[in-house]
Design a protein around this ligand. Structure first.
Ligand SMILES: *Cc1c(COP(=O)(O)O)cnc(C)c1O
Length: 431
């Protein structure tokens, strides 16, 4: 461990020495030692078009020579204006206003604050949010509050605000009970909203795929019904698309894939193609209008030093062009995952195979309890590194979430490696 660095999510006392990465290109990472690895998880889900994509690198370089940063209150600039226009155009109605911030957690914080104050500005105090079991929305306090209470937030539980949690209707390949599960969740939701809907500022969900909670997936049909319920009980619907946005689910955004529009949308991770920390929270004109007033207290008093950083905007603009270029790739990856997963389908240690767009996941059956601390994760990580694969299972959930530029042969190499690892783990009686 470096003597001056505090690494994230890491217990330094027991952690292995981190691997030093020298360079990256496309899906490949190269270590200081010369060892090469495929980035099977897009470096924590941020990289979309491959590492060091020259178009984004060039856009950042050009912008850096023109305007690198400027205060974004009382001042504005072309990259921010262009990006807002393009995003609104791409997202479609009802999205019309873009608020800039720096990362997924801040995008969520802003979304929660907008939802809460939207009601306050109309004379209604709504004291809580509704969220889903297994949710992950980030590591700042508001984001932690609407996330499932977990290992990550346990220490801070006394400081988190109250949130109502309902089950997440996760489903998988070949699941015949999806509709039944959804109906149960929907009836719980309706009951909560019926009893205390007037106290709920909004419902927040990771649409189609819950990321950190274990790549748990739900059907578009559920989101459609959720949309209708939020509407009929007059509460706001917030989609946290920090992970699912920008092609991840096989469409531009999960809300497009599901055919539903939330009231508030949070985007980050893939927005700059994985180059720079950047985020936006997008909402309708109707919501914006609730803040548009002569009364100072109706202002959204929120902002960050680097709000709408021009380099981030330039990277995001280049990223949008690449989205169009890589559209065939991110649209076709779902079928490729299914084709590859077919080989693993009957493996005795594998269950609940699931795919949404560019994301494939499965649960591994181990002797230990399921969950983040399941030691199979570390075992797989180590064996994967030796095979030239960066895999980082969430406990016993193994998933693949590659950059869209991945070639068929490279995707096969990942699955081949996984199959070998699973076979070895079976031999060693670990699964
Ligand atoms: C990663 C993630 C966040 C938090 O984003 P950070 O940039 O790590 O703060 C929030 N929501 C979802 C769905 C995420 O996957």
């Amino acid at each position: 461990m470096h003597p001056h660095i505090w690494y994230p999510f890491t217990q330094a006392k027991v952690a292995l020495e981190p691997l030093k990465v020298k360079s990256a290109q496309g899906v490949w990472l190269e270590l200081e030692t010369g060892h090469k690895m495929i980035d099977c998880i897009s470096s924590w889900w941020v990289n979309t078009y491959g590492h060091c994509h020259p178009k984004i690198a060039e856009a950042i370089y050009q912008q850096a020579q023109q305007l690198e940063q400027v205060i974004f209150a009382g001042f504005t600039h072309d990259p921010a204006e262009q990006l807002a226009e393009k995003l609104v155009e791409k997202l479609g109605a009802p999205f019309n206003r873009v608020f800039f911030s720096d990362n997924g957690s801040t995008a969520v914080e802003v979304g929660l604050k907008i939802a809460y104050q939207y009601w306050v500005n109309q004379g209604q105090a709504r004291s809580t949010f509704l969220a889903f079991d297994g949710a992950y929305h980030g590591d700042t306090f508001g984001a932690m509050s609407v996330g499932a209470r977990s290992l990550f937030s346990a220490v801070f539980s006394n400081l988190l605000f109250n949130v109502e949690f309902v089950p997440f209707p996760s489903t998988h390949w070949g699941d015949r009970t999806a509709e039944e599960t959804e109906a149960k969740v929907l009836s719980i939701l309706e009951k909560v909203l019926d009893e205390r809907g007037d106290r709920i500022a909004g419902i927040i969900i990771e649409p189609l795929v819950q990321g950190a909670g274990g790549m748990r997936m739900c059907r578009p049909q559920f989101l459609q019904k959720l949309r209708a319920i939020a509407q009929s009980f007059n509460t706001l619907l917030i989609f946290d698309e920090v992970m699912t946005g920008f092609g991840r689910t096989g469409d531009w955004f999960a809300c497009h894939k599901a055919g539903v529009s939330p009231d508030i949308l949070c985007l980050s991770k893939g927005i700059t193609g994985g180059f720079l920390p950047f985020a936006v929270t997008v909402c309708s004109e109707e919501i914006y209008h609730a803040f548009y007033d002569d009364e100072p207290l109706k202002t959204l008093y929120h902002g960050h030093s680097y709000t709408a950083n021009p380099l981030g905007c330039a990277a995001a603009l280049a990223g949008l062009e690449l989205m169009t270029e890589y559209e065939p790739q991110f649209r076709s990856m779902e079928a490729k995952h299914y084709a590859q997963l077919a080989q693993l389908k009957d493996h005795p240690a594998v269950e609940k195979l699931r795919v949404t767009g560019t994301i494939a996941a499965m649960d591994l059956v181990t002797q230990e309890r399921s969950g983040y601390l399941n030691t199979i994760s570390l075992e797989i990580r180590q064996r994967a590194i030796a095979k030239g694969l960066l895999l980082r299972p969430l406990g016993n959930v193994l998933y693949i979430l590659p950059p869209y530029c991945i070639r068929d042969a490279e995707l096969s190499q990942i699955y081949q490696g996984i199959e070998e690892i699973l076979t070895d783990l079976s031999k060693d009686f670990l699964i």
